[in-house]
Ligand binder design. Structure first.
Ligand code: FAD
Length: 143
């Protein structure tokens, strides 16, 4: 069954371009093999990730990335069956949370002190869709 899983986690260490590019390189390799698509939003403190794929594959992916020392406090915000993918162009596309428009954030009730623990999965999906034009498979600057 095609499903979408949304989680957030806390960045451990410096959220550098090198770190993000390492994550994106593994994601691209593994997700292409597993037909997983999605988006990874980040800021210096938090990751928010949307993963789309077959439910059993999403479970395997989550178990693999759960113990990754580059993040902690992994918390699932939403998992549900879907009819179609929303990030079908991306094995994993990344975007900075800071790139989100301030008016969009306040309309979602998200203040400057971004904290995904206060958001539901729907708001996280809206965030990812709002930056879907700027998703990238490689980060150039220090995040
Ligand atoms: P490799 O990429 O070859 O890595 C080998 C091992 O080294 C792994 O155990 C890895 O965890 C560890 N490792 C590699 N680089 C570092 C580093 N710089 N610091 C510490 N440990 C390191 N993987 C996916 O497949 N799909 C995803 O969508 C995905 N999203 C992620 C999102 C986040 C927020 C994070 C933190 C990681 C994500 N990963 C994702 C990476 C995942 O946690 C595993 O590292 C990866 O799947 C392992 O791939 P691999 O078996 O090909 O091993």
């Amino acid at each position: 069954m095609l499903s979408r899983l949304i989680y957030h986690s806390r960045v451990v260490g410096l959220c550098s371009a090198d770190m993000l590019n390492d994550i994106l390189a593994s994601s691209e390799r593994n997700n292409a093999r597993d037909e997983v698509t999605g988006a990874l939003l980040f800021n210096p403190e938090w990751f928010v990730q949307i993963l789309e794929g077959r439910r059993e594959i999403l479970s395997k992916t989550l178990f693999r990335l759960f113990p990754d020392p580059r993040h902690a406090e992994v918390a699932i915000a939403d998992v549900r069956p879907i009819e179609e993918r929303m990030f079908s162009n991306w094995w994993m596309g990344a975007a900075a949370i800071e790139g989100l428009d301030a008016r969009f954030l306040s309309a979602q009730g998200i203040d400057e002190q971004f904290d995904p623990r206060r958001l539901n999965g729907e708001a996280m999906l809206m965030m990812a869709l709002a930056v879907s034009d700027t998703l990238t498979s490689r980060i150039d600057d220090e995040a």
